[in-house]
Design a protein around this ligand. Structure first.
Ligand code: PHE
Ligand code: FE
Length: 281
């Protein structure tokens, strides 16, 4: 039985991974590598290569933490699964990213409800190499502890969902992905950029906090930022008065249209990711 410490962390026990588990990692990694060139934002791809999270197999968190620590002062801590909110926020506030250790089974390559080590390490960790994003995640952890105390966690959780997990970023080369929930999903990596059905709105803090999200299918709505500094600046103000304001407004569905919505309009269709055939997905 693995010991669980009071901060909910465990040992990763890297030696214990089987060859099959490393093989599943390689499969997922190689597939995403092919898809993410021209789709993931530059900061993500740079972080990934900076970490040397290679196609070799499930990485050893100790090695990753050393590199990450030198770049931005973040470390990875191993956890058994989803941890209580206050524990999760407290880790982020101390620049520690809680990552699961287990990897999905071969029959779950495309879909998994809970985070696994591929989502956590390949999806989240590379962006922690970026100084601005690294600060945003720490601020989010501090904001989480505060929101818990104020009773507005649901509004703050929506911000995490629509940025950290499912955010898009407008670059000169075209629309790109920075949300980890997309980056670790082959299907959604293509869908979020190439499919005409989901809406893509300019990031708006209040709109995000008002909007529900679905966890059981591809998103019907994405929010687009211009850069991480915009995100950091927009989320810097004290949220206490904003929470009080939002509390008086109705919740919105992802499909709801509001007059103030600012649609993201790409310069040309060509700029939205490269075309890809179904066979490659
Ligand atoms: N500014 C927020 C607050 O006062 C904290 C926060 C920062 C939350 C960044 C999320 C992201 O609560
Ligand atoms: Fe996640």
């Amino acid at each position: 039985m693995t010991a669980v410490w009071s901060d909910c962390t465990i040992e990763q026990d890297w030696q214990a991974y089987s060859e099959e588990e490393h093989a599943i990692w390689r499969l997922l990694f190689e597939r995403q590598q092919r898809l993410l060139v021209g789709r993931a934002c530059r900061e993500y791809l740079e972080g990934l290569s900076g970490l040397g999270v290679a196609a070799d197999g499930i990485p050893d968190f100790r090695r990753l933490s050393e590199i990450l620590d030198r770049a931005t002062g973040w470390r990875i801590v191993a956890v058994p699964g989803l941890v209580p909110d206050e524990v999760f926020f407290a880790h982020l506030a101390r620049r520690r990213f809680p990552s699961t250790c287990f990897i999905r089974r071969r029959d779950q390559l495309d879909y998994l409800q809970e985070p696994d080590v591929f989502h956590d390490v390949c999806g989240h960790v590379p962006l922690l190499m970026n100084p601005v994003f690294a600060d945003y995640m720490q601020a989010y952890g501090e904001g989480g502890l505060k929101a818990l105390g104020l009773g507005h966690l649901q509004r703050l959780a929506r911000l995490y969902w629509y940025t950290v997990e499912f955010g898009l970023i407008a670059t000169e080369e075209g629309l790109r992905i920075y949300g980890s929930g997309i980056l670790s999903s082959a299907g959604e990596s293509v869908f979020c950029l190439n499919d005409p059905r989901p809406r893509r709105l300019r990031f708006d803090l209040r709109r995000v906090m008002q909007t529900r999200y679905r966890i059981d299918d591809f998103q019907q709505l994405y929010f687009v930022i211009d850069d991480f500094q915009e995100l950091f600046d927009a989320t810097c103000p004290d949220f206490a008065p904003i929470y009080r304001e939002i509390a008086t407004l109705p919740d919105l569905e992802p499909t709801t249209r509001v007059d103030q919505d600012r649609e993201f309009v790409p310069w040309s269709r060509k700029k939205i990711g490269p075309r890809i055939s179904a066979a490659q997905v």
